[in-house]
Design a protein around this ligand. Structure first.
Ligand code: GDP
Length: 523
């Protein structure tokens, strides 16, 4: 068991990953209820339809009910401080969703028990896997008709290449869902009953069997036998290394299984991990403060370039008023008003520790991927770019403003609103995003902040990859051969754009000496 002696050892910084509709919002709400962070169920849900937020963010975000207030939700439970980082889903899915996963130490994967692993879950999981983030699985909606539990476990193992260790097992399902049976502890938790799980003599204990409809009992006992004999036991090391996921069955809507989940997060999920910087590894318990910016949020007043940069503290203690060094520029920066975020509110932070996420108001000084330290020249390698999934050419309605547009796009790309690709053939810039909402945000901000009305045009490109090679000649040859499909990104790195995944694959096969990558580290 992890100790809770030091502030950083008490931290659990995590995100929930899921496909839309699997139940992330419902689960978040129930987790926050346990943590005492919100009083009323329905609070988080309400954000989807909220007309008015407490703060006055950009119009587009307000319209869509996206709010910076819920980007990080901090609460205390059972002697630990949990930082739940929101990963936007649905149509507000964006690169921020991916970047947020670079700032967590663990994740809860929510799966709809009737549907299994869905596309978005798999994508988000792959991002977690890049850093071997430990995953706790919550199979949700057990109160509905579900797929066979063995089938679901098998699917996780096969499609994600992740070992599973079911901690509890559903007692019947659908309308007759009675609760869960803990496979290793011989305890039972009954649906709609609060309080601790009840110890029993075994699966055939009347207190358990009484929850199974009579005609199902033999089959259920057999299932438990099979689960016990055939499934892996939980192994903390394999979990912490990201190879094995403990699996919980439950129902977020019925508030069932949520306590077990959050208890498991407290007991097993890792405290702040060490972070890889370019020159060395930074440990969470080092005394000096370090951190990196993984998300920038436009602030209230579009005319004033107010931004909140979300920084993950990686080591040491951040105190209000301290001077930090922004490593990219070498300049000092006063952290005079770092902010904490709670489910319903935010507050000025007096101190924050490794694992915490603070919001730093600034006027465009901070960029995604920036490292802040107490003076040391280190750069974290935590925040990569992901190849966009939607590409659009920018059409400027006023051709006189081309230069201004270039500057504005550069700024927006630095903030991480979109990725910018400048085609080598001199044609109009192309922007790339992973979620369509980013395009709306860009358009609104260009109009509002720069008086630049733009439109989008489709391009013949739909996918792109960063390219490089150990053989410079071969790279030059490739670049020459593909002139009109070549662009450079914000840092001047070459990018190959293709019209379809098929044609991309075709080129990849034709040019074995060229590396085509869909993830690129910042800096
Ligand atoms: P999200 O899109 O992943 O945030 O999913 P939501 O939390 O909004 O849930 C999607 C739908 O599934 C909503 O109608 C929820 O009420 C419903 N839902 C969530 N959890 C459960 C559950 O445990 N059982 C049932 N029956 N419905 C659920």
């Amino acid at each position: 068991m992890t100790d809770t002696q030091t502030p950083q050892a008490r931290r659990r910084t995590f995100a929930i990953i899921s496909h839309p509709d699997a139940g992330k919002t419902t689960l978040t709400e129930k987790i926050l209820l346990f943590g005492g962070a919100i009083q009323l169920a329905g609070e988080v849900k309400a954000k989807k339809n909220r007309v008015q937020t407490r703060s006055d963010w950009m119009g587009i975000e307000r319209e869509r009910g996206i709010s910076v207030v819920t980007s990080v939700m901090t609460f205390e439970y059972d002697g630990r401080v949990f930082n739940l980082l929101d990963t936007p889903g649905h149509e507000d899915f964006s690169e921020d969703t991916y970047r947020t996963l670079t700032a967590v130490d663990s994740a809860v994967m929510v799966i709809d028990a009737a549907k299994g692993i869905e596309a978005r879950t798999r994508k988000l999981f792959e991002v977690c896997r890049l850093r071997d983030i430990p995953i706790v699985t919550f199979i949700n909606k057990l109160d509905r008709e579900i797929r066979d539990p063995f089938d679901l476990l098998d699917e996780i193992e096969k499609t994600l290449a992740l070992d599973t260790a079911p901690v509890n097992w559903p007692i019947s399902r659908g309308k007759s869902f009675g609760g869960t049976y803990n496979l290793s502890e011989n305890t039972v938790r009954q649906i709609d009953r609060d309080g601790p799980a009840i110890s029993v003599s075994g699966p055939d204990d009347p207190a358990v069997l009484g929850l199974v409809p009579e005609y199902e009992r033999d089959a259920w006992l057999e299932e438990i036998e099979l689960a016990r004999a055939g499934c892996r036991p939980f192994d903390l090391t394999a979990f912490r290394e990201g190879h094995l996921t403990p699996v919980f069955f439950g129902s977020a809507l019925r508030n069932f299984g949520v306590k077990d989940l959050i208890d498991a997060m407290g007991a097993y999920a890792p405290p702040p991990r060490e972070q890889q910087a370019q020159t060395r590894v930074v440990k969470a318990d080092e005394p000096k403060m370090t951190g990196f910016v993984f998300k920038i949020q436009a602030n209230m007043d579009p005319n004033h370039r107010d931004r909140i940069a979300f920084m993950r503290v990686c080591s040491g203690k951040l105190s209000r008023g301290m001077k930090a060094k922004l490593v990219r520029t070498g300049k000092p920066m006063s952290l005079s008003a770092p902010q904490f975020f709670f489910a319903q509110d935010r507050a000025i932070a007096d101190e924050a520790f490794a694992g915490d996420v603070v919001g730093i108001p600034n006027h465009g000084t901070l960029r995604i991927g920036d490292t802040l330290t107490e003076g040391e020249e280190i750069v974290f390698r935590g925040v990569p770019s992901f190849a966009p999934e939607i590409m659009r050419r920018i059409k400027l309605t006023d051709a006189m403003k081309a230069k201004k547009l270039r500057e504005a796009l550069q700024q927006m790309a630095e903030e991480g609103v979109v990725q910018l690709f400048v085609p080598q053939d001199g044609s109009a810039p192309i922007v790339g995003v992973v979620g369509a909402l980013q395009l709306d945000v860009l358009k609104t901000r260009l109009a509002g902040e720069y008086s630049l009305p733009i439109d989008y045009e489709t391009t013949r490109f739909s996918v792109c990859r960063w390219i490089d090679s150990d053989d410079q000649k071969e790279l030059d040859k490739f670049i020459n051969a593909n002139g009109s499909a070549l662009a450079v990104d914000l840092d001047g790195a070459p990018v190959f754009m293709a019209s379809t995944a098929f044609s991309l694959n075709y080129e990849m096969e034709r040019w074995p000496e060229i590396r085509f990558t869909d993830i690129k580290d910042y800096q």
